[in-house]
Design a protein around this ligand. Structure first.
Ligand SMILES: C[S@@+](CC[C@H](N)C(=O)[O-])C[C@H]1O[C@@H](n2cnc3c(N)ncnc32)[C@H](O)[C@@H]1O
Length: 273
C-alpha cells in the first residue's frame, strides 16, 4: 500500500452534478466499454502513459507529488498511471458512472490510496480554481456540444505554472469522410446496441470496437486544426505550447495527411505564472 497520505481535493460548495440530456446519451455509448477490458488489456493501457511521457522527454519524476486531474477519465487508466508515479493525488472525473465503477473494481485501485474517481462533467468541474499541477483531458472535449467551454474549465482549475495535456481530433482526411458517411446513415437506421453486439460477436477487441463505435454514435465528434487548439492555449495565457506525436500516425507524409487529415492532436502546455 502506498504511504502517501490521501489529499482531499476541495469541491466548490455550489457544485452538484446534474447530467444534461446530451451527457446522458454520450455516457450511454460508453456503458459497456470499460468493463469489457480484462486486467491484462487494462494494464497495457495504463503502461502507455509513462512510456509516452518518456518518449516526449518528460521525466517521470516530474509527476511525483503533483496534484493531478483527469477530465473524462473513463475507467481511470491515466489516474492509475499518475497514482503509481507518486502523484500527491490523482483524481478522475467522468459522466459515465459504469466506467468509474469498473475502474474502482480494478486491482490497482485497491492498491493505491492516492487515487479517486468521481461522477462529474467536464462542463462543470467540481473543484476550486487554480488547484491542479497537471490536468489531462484526452478524447473528451470533442464529445461536448461546446468543447471550448470544457477547455475553459480545464484552464480554470489549473494552477499558474501547472500543465494541461489535451488530446483532440484533427480535421480532414478520408477517414473522417468515410466515418461521417456511415454516421449519417447508420445512426438513423441501426441502433447502437445492435452494432455493438455485431462488433462483439465478430471478435473486435473492446478498445478497437470503441475507436469506431463512439465516432459513429456519440451526439458530437468535433474536430479541429492544430492552429485552432494552439490559439486556445495562447489566448488562455499558456506557454511552452507543443504538439507531441502519437505513435500510430506519421502525419507528416502526404499519404497520411490524405487519410488522417490533422490526425490526433495532442498538445501539452504550461499556464504562465
Ligand atoms: C474516448 S473515452 C476516453 C477515456 C479516457 N480519457 C481515456 O483516454 O482512456 C471518452 C470518455 O469521455 C467521457 N465524457 C464524454 N463527455 C464528457 C463530459 N462532458 N464530461 C466528462 N466526461 C465525458 C465518456 O464518458 C468517456 O469515458
Amino acid at each position: 500500500m502506498n504511504e502517501t497520505p490521501i489529499l482531499k481535493i476541495p469541491v466548490r460548495p455550489e457544485w452538484k452534478f446534474v447530467p444534461s440530456d446530451i451527457e446522458g446519451s454520450t455516457a450511454k455509448i460508453y456503458d459497456n466499454l470499460f468493463s469489457a477490458y480484462d486486467e491484462k488489456r487494462f494494464e497495457e493501457s495504463v503502461e502507455l502513459f509513462p512510456m509516452r511521457q518518456q518518449k516526449w522527454g518528460v521525466p517521470l519524476e516530474w509527476f511525483k507529488d503533483k496534484v493531478c486531474l483527469d477530465v473524462g477519465c473513463g475507467q481511470g487508466r491515466f489516474v492509475t498511471a499518475l497514482g503509481r508515479l507518486g502523484a500527491a493525488k490523482a483524481i478522475g472525473v467522468d459522466i459515465n458512472e459504469k466506467g468509474l465503477e469498473a475502474g474502482r473494481n480494478r486491482r490497482w485501485f485497491k492498491e493505491l490510496n492516492n487515487v479517486e474517481l468521481m461522477n462529474s462533467s467536464a462542463g462543470d468541474i467540481p473543484f476550486v480554481d487554480s488547484y491542479f499541477d497537471y490536468v489531462i483531458c484526452s478524447g473528451v472535449l470533442l464529445l461536448m456540444p461546446e468543447p471550448k467551454k470544457g477547455f475553459d474549465e480545464l484552464v480554470r482549475v489549473t494552477k499558474p505554472g501547472g500543465r494541461i495535456f489535451l488530446s483532440m481530433y484533427g480535421k480532414g482526411g478520408l477517414k473522417w469522410a468515410l466515418n461521417d458517411f456511415f454516421r449519417f446513415f447508420l445512426i438513423r437506421w441501426v441502433p447502437f446496441t445492435f452494432t455493438e453486439k455485431v462488433f462483439k460477436a465478430v471478435g473486435v477487441p473492446p478498445n478497437k470496437r470503441y475507436n469506431i463505435l463512439d465516432n459513429l454514435y456519440t451526439p458530437y465528434t468535433h474536430r479541429y486544426t492544430e492552429k485552432e487548439i494552439r490559439q486556445w492555449f495562447e489566448d488562455a495565457g499558456f506557454e511552452n505550447i507543443r504538439r507531441v506525436k502519437f505513435e500510430r500516425y506519421d502525419y507528416e507524409t502526404w499519404q497520411s495527411r490524405l487519410i488522417h487529415g490533422e490526425a490526433w492532436i495532442q498538445i501539452m502546455a504550461d499556464k504562465k505564472k
